[in-house]
Design a protein around this ligand. Sequence first.
Ligand code: TYD
Length: 142
Amino acid sequence: MKNRLRSVYDCALVHFPKIPDDRGNLSFIEQRNHIPFNIARAYWIYDVPGGESRGSHAYREMEECIIALSGGFDVLLDDGIAQKIVTLNRAYYGLYIPGMIWRRMQNFSTNSVALVLASLPYSPDDYIRDYDRYVSLRGESQ
Ligand code: TYD
């Protein structure tokens, strides 16, 4: 799986258990059951001003799962050929994104919170921040 260059069609929704309750719903994540990689890090994005976007980069290696814990936002996915927009607005599913996929998070609703589970510790060297370079690196990896 690691050797094949992934496309936007490999980005998939991952559903988590949802325990409905009159006192409020509860969902949970167990790494071995729900996340297709070992979780090395979690970070979250919040207090996003209206009209702002986050991301606009790809990672060489890192895999992520993005969850809208509160509110909602769109994730624009791009593999240099195809594009896909996935709307996340429920706390009981997330979006799995393999390595080498360009992404931008946009259209954040007021008070939205994005939780991101990542397969690697933070490493600036893993980022590809220039879109033209990303497309060219994808071409070299085919
Ligand atoms: P970045 O990943 O560039 O955010 P976005 O993709 O939303 O634009 O991260 C923004 C800043 O936060 C950058 O200076 C690096 C820092 N950062 C960490 O120190 N650790 C982390 O785990 C993350 C995700 C970012």
